[in-house]
Design a protein around this ligand. Sequence first.
Ligand SMILES: [Cu+2]
Length: 116
Amino acid sequence: MKRGFGTALLAAGLLASSACGQDHTAVTSDQRHLFVVVEGDKVTGPDRIEARTGDSVQIVVTSDVADELHLHGYDRTAALVAGRPSTLALVTDVPGVFEVELHQSGMELTRLRVRR
Ligand SMILES: [Cu+2]
């Protein structure tokens, strides 16, 4: 049961990675980044998100266990419900490098780098 679920998550993650655009250096853009987390470990998703101020960024996380997503600096959180995608959406208005972590597992999911 659990294993089957993990495989489904993996398949979703593979689809997700191909849907995630590579060129984030152009003018302001809408970005959507998909992450899959299994038992507190990241299975898919970029280690770094590059954005410019004014970008709309969506961080979409599907975890097989409940957790809390936290974007440091911007201090935004999103509750992760087991087995369902949760979205943290923001407009990047502050430049810098910001950690995105999961509070229960303590895992650093990615880093958001925002340039002017
Ligand atoms: Cu935190």
